[in-house]
Design a protein around this ligand. Structure first.
Ligand SMILES: O=C(CO)[C@H](O)[C@H](O)COP(=O)(O)O
Length: 225
């Protein structure tokens, strides 16, 4: 089974998980990336069962519209029933690193506004300790050098993502060579650096469930207690 086939399978599994819980006036949150795109494609078959979606990026909004799903502004949507999105890494507590597609800030906002976060990944995203994937940080452009110096002092190696401007008009620093042993504290610490908009750790709002695609099928993973 190829990675693309695993992404399609987990996108379909997420639709299967929520289909019977959709309601006519319900608005759901939808994430960004190749796995989220597979979810959108599978969701199209249910478009008459719910009102529409809030998108975590302009790219996702466009794809939702293309398959006939209405896109709502979060400010007029209220609380969302579900948020379905991919991730770059997840650990046993369902803490995530996200932002490989540069949509981390809107993803974090939509996740925060949702009652249940269903994360959809293939098995390559599972790690014991977060940090193998460079941690994306969205930064106000004028603070780029200042924030990079603060991050370098933490023993991380910040790398400017050339040519990437987020949907919010900001830049991304990807921090390499991290071993994130306390994701909740690290998320808060990075967010306290002046000039940081947010970082790609989802530890203070982790996923509620991870659907992980493997060649043998899709596994449902809940946090270890
Ligand atoms: O956080 C994200 C975008 O900002 C994506 O969810 C993450 O990068 C995973 O992407 P993909 O499903 O393409 O592997």
């Amino acid at each position: 089974m190829t990675q693309d086939e695993m992404k399609k399978a987990v996108g379909q599994a997420a639709v299967d998980m929520i289909r019977s819980r959709l309601e006519k006036d319900m608005i759901i949150g939808v994430g960004t990336g190749s796995t989220a795109n597979c979810f959108i494609d599978a969701l199209a078959s249910c478009r008459d069962l719910f009102a529409g979606a809030v998108a975590s990026s302009e790219a996702t909004a466009e794809r939702l519209r293309q398959v006939g799903i209405e896109v709502f502004d979060l400010n007029s949507a209220g609380s969302l029933a579900f948020y379905i999105d991919g991730a770059d890494e997840f650990d046993g507590a369902l803490n995530l690193i996200k932002g490989g597609g540069a949509a981390l800030t809107r993803e974090k906002i939509v996740a925060a506004a949702s009652k249940e976060f269903i994360c959809i990944v293939d098995q390559s995203k599972r790690v014991d300790v977060l940090g193998r994937f460079p941690l994306p940080i969205e930064v106000i452009p004028m603070a780029r050098s200042y924030v990079a110096r603060q991050l370098a002092a933490l023993d991380g190696q910040p790398v400017y993502r050339e040519g990437c401007i987020t949907d919010n008009g900001n830049i991304i620093l990807d921090v390499h060579h991290l071993e994130i042993l306390d994701p909740k504290a690290f998320e808060r610490f990075i967010n306290n650096i002046v000039g940081v908009v947010t970082n790609g750790l989802f530890a203070n709002r982790p996923a509620d469930v991870v659907l992980m695609s493997t060649p043998a099928g899709v596994e449902e993973i809940r946090a270890r207690t």
